[in-house]
Design a protein around this ligand. Structure first.
Ligand SMILES: NC(=O)c1ccc[n+]([C@@H]2O[C@H](COP(=O)([O-])OP(=O)(O)OC[C@H]3O[C@@H](n4cnc5c(N)ncnc54)[C@H](O)[C@@H]3O)[C@@H](O)[C@H]2O)c1
Ligand SMILES: [Zn+2]
Length: 363
């Protein structure tokens, strides 16, 4: 058995270990002094792990709430419904929420926790690779609106994060691969050693997601994200490096009508943004090749996608991103693998949208 590992970096403990799904109650109670618990999960994850998590609380009072699975349900309507259901059960400030699921559940349940009676504690129990290494850490919670994703939300740190890689064995391979793109991203922005090791080990780790190698990849990624978030919680500077690949990636994700999974779009966005960085003389020559190798042959991410989109519609999607300011796009660009550009300049580099659109059209 692989030993659980714990890191306390961003003010709360993040536990990673095989079998921890049956210890959520123990770990959550150690982190929060609550008298009752609400487990919020989705219709895919609740049947798989809901009963085990509830049982881990022993004789404590636990209520379960479920939302339909899928990003389309990360809405104010479900936030309101969950809030009303909690109020109806008499849930008060001495209660705490367990967010059991992927990033969709984490963001939604976290936003319920952030706003319920002006904020109650919550614990993240991420069950996708993306949620384990990214979404569950850093305290961003929220919902989507018709105008765009994550436009309504709050910063609300969890009291603990409990990730059991064994839960990844039920996740679809496509979701697993997509999440792995964010691990590669963490290597690019902060740690060349982690990048090399992860790129080399991911192909095998993806076939054995509950194994030792995957646990190491998850833990290493969490360390990087927590360190970045710990240094800049409100995204004034360094945290912007986490947006690497996301300006173009979000636009492609939206332009595909969300046929692309987030990680697939971000993988392409990272390659395009690095191509741009090389072209602008910001990134060392050869950076694109190393990155594309890790993402393409390494974890099977697509390089391009066959959705026809017009230049102007992509321009619209690029500017819909929250990171666009005064018409200019501010991109987090790499200098080389393991090091981002823009230190001392807010970690972003303004790039005209035409330069981006031209490069995508040519590739
Ligand atoms: N808060 C942040 O900092 C942050 C960062 C990145 C992404 N996000 C958000 O995270 C969301 C994406 O997260 P995601 O990729 O985890 O998507 P998701 O939560 O929608 O999960 C993907 C699918 O996998 C299913 N699933 C989850 N765990 C499973 C398991 N163990 N076994 C079987 N099926 C399982 C879900 O029901 C869903 O159908 C987006 O809403 C995004 O905005 C937030
Ligand atoms: Zn992302």
């Amino acid at each position: 058995m692989v030993k659980p590992e714990t890191v306390t970096l961003a003010g709360y403990s993040i536990h990673v270990g095989r079998g921890l799904i049956d210890q959520v109650g123990k770990l959550a109670r150690a982190a929060v002094k609550a008298h009752r618990w609400a487990i919020i999960s989705d219709t895919n994850v609740a049947p798989l792990y809901g009963a085990r998590v509830a049982a881990s609380f022993g004789d404590a009072q636990v209520d379960a709430f479920t939302v339909p699975a899928g990003e389309a349900h990360k809405t104010r309507e479900h936030w309101a419904r969950l809030t009303d259901e909690l109020l109806a059960t008499g849930f008060a400030r001495d209660g705490a929420i367990i967010a059991l699921g992927g990033g969709m559940v984490g963001d939604l349940a976290g936003f319920v926790a952030a706003t319920y009676m002006r904020g109650i504690p919550f614990v993240q129990v991420p069950t996708t690779l993306l949620a384990m290494i990214d979404a569950s850490i850093g305290g961003k919670t929220g919902v989507d609106t018709k105008a765009g994703k994550n436009l309504v939300g709050a910063f609300h740190d969890p009291m603990a994060v409990i990730a059991d890689p064994q839960t990844l064995t039920t996740l679809s391979e496509r979701e697993l691969r997509s999440g792995a793109a964010e691990a590669i991203k963490h290597g690019v922005i902060a740690d060349v050693g982690y990048f090399e090791k992860t790129a080399a080990e991911l192909p095998a780790a993806l076939k054995d997601p509950a194994g030792e190698a995957m646990q190491q990849i998850i833990f290493g990624s969490i360390r990087i994200k927590s360190a970045v978030v710990g240094a800049d919680a409100k995204e004034q500077g360094l945290r912007k490096t986490l947006n690497f690949g996301h300006t173009i990636g979000h636009a492609l994700e939206a332009a595909s009508g969300f046929d692309l999974l987030h990680g697939e779009a971000i993988a392409m966005g990272m390659v395009y943004e690095t191509m741009l960085a090389e072209k602008l003389g910001i990134a060392e020559a050869g950076t694109v090749a190393r990155l594309a190798g890790a993402l393409g042959s390494g974890i099977g991410m697509p390089r391009s996608f066959a959705v026809a989109f017009g230049r102007e519609s992509l321009r619209g999607y690029l500017h819909a991103d929250k990171k666009s300011r005064d018409g200019a796009l501010e991109l987090a660009l790499p200098k080389r693998i393991g090091m981002m550009a823009g230190a001392g300049k807010g970690w972003v580099i303004p790039v005209p949208d035409d330069a981006i659109l031209e490069m995508i059209a040519k590739s």
